[in-house]
Every structure is written in C-alpha cells, then in structure tokens.
Ligand binder design. Structure first.
Ligand SMILES: CC(C)(COP(=O)(O)OP(=O)(O)OC[C@H]1O[C@@H](n2cnc3c(N)ncnc32)[C@H](O)[C@@H]1OP(=O)(O)O)[C@@H](O)C(=O)NCCC(=O)NCCS
Length: 151
C-alpha cells in the first residue's frame, strides 16, 4: 500500500474515532421506537467539568418534563464521572437553564480547550452550575422505553 493511501486511511480512522467518541457522549430518549429527546455531555476531565450540549425535545413532547429528566440524568452522570461543574453555551435558551440552577459566567470559566473552538460572532452566553457530591445511583434512571448511550 502506498504511503498516500496509508495517510488517507489513517485520516479516515482518526475521523471515525473522533465521531464515535462524540456519539458516545450523546444520550437519547426513545419512546415507541422514536427518538423524542437528546442531549450530550462532553467531559473535560482535567478541568473537572463537563459541557452540556444539544439539549432538544421534539415539539410534541415539550412541556412534559423530558428536558428536566435529561438534565437531571446528565447531572448525575457528570457527578459519577467525578466532574464538579457543568457549563453550557447558549444563544437563546438561557432562561430554561437559569431556572435549573445555572448562572451566567465569564468566558474565562470555560475550559481553554473548548474556548478555542468558540465562534465569537454568535453572541453566545456562558452558564455554569456547580454539581452536588458524586451520585453513582443513576445507572437505571428511566423506564425500559428509554435508552442511553454509555459515556
Ligand atoms: C428547552 C427544551 C429542551 C425544554 O424541554 P421540555 O421537555 O419542554 O422541558 P420541561 O418539560 O422539562 O420544562 C418545561 C418548562 O420549561 C419552560 N420552557 C420551555 N422552553 C423554554 C425556554 N426556551 N426558556 C425558558 N423556559 C422554557 C416551559 O415553559 C415549562 O415551564 P413550566 O414548567 O413552568 O410550565 C425544549 O423546549 C427544546 O427542545 N427547545 C428547542 C431546543 C433548544 O432550544 N435547546 C436548548 C439548546 S441550548
């Protein structure tokens, strides 16, 4: 195999690995074979914090506590991973998170590794929430109709 092919395959493998790692961070809620909500937790172990991202509930299921359950699960999962804080970036759903204990913070509070990838033109605001002590009881949190990807 030529060195160009080798570099190409190595590149594909690297992208696939990154993609798989990212997929592992997603949590989906499934009802009757349909995904009705999702969220992601990206841990930054060195900074002992995690990013909450991609929180979304399908329109028909909104206002029925699915967002709350997802966030609760993420908080427990983050604690069980030894993380002490959660942070998030949002341009439009700040109120929802503030009602759930998040406080606006400076960009300097965001891990440097994540800060480098922030698009400063989006008018994003940053929020953080301190987590309670580790809780490892979240393994089975939902009923059987709900599936979680492992983190
Ligand atoms: C924000 C979102 C995840 C909430 O999910 P949900 O399952 O409807 O949330 P819950 O049922 O747990 O909570 C509903 C409560 O949040 C409130 N709420 C919903 N969207 C809100 C918003 N954008 N800002 C403030 N409050 C909001 C509802 O009015 C309701 O309040 P109540 O309990 O006083 O009646 C959902 O509306 C959604 O998917 N929005 C579009 C995607 C999005 O903006 N995601 C955030 C990306 S950072």
């Amino acid at each position: 195999m030529g060195s160009n092919n080798f570099c190409f395959l190595r590149g594909v493998w690297y992208i696939d690995k990154k993609l798989l790692q990212a997929l592992d961070s997603f949590i989906v809620v499934e009802k009757q074979g349909e995904i009705i909500a999702c969220a992601a937790l990206f841990p930054f172990f060195e900074d002992k914090c995690g990013e909450v991202a991609a929180v979304a509930v399908s329109p028909e299921w909104r206002g029925r506590g699915q967002g709350d359950k997802l966030l609760d699960y993420i908080e427990k999962k983050a604690s069980s991973l030894g993380l002490q804080m959660l942070f998030l970036l949002t341009t439009r759903t700040a109120d929802w998170f503030v009602r759930r204990g998040f406080c606006e913070c400076w960009i300097e509070c965001i891990p440097e590794e994540r800060r480098k990838r922030i698009n400063m033109h989006r008018g994003t605001k940053y929020y953080m929430k301190k987590l309670l002590a580790a809780d490892t009881t979240c393994a089975i949190y939902y009923d059987n109709s709900v599936r979680f990807n492992s983190l």
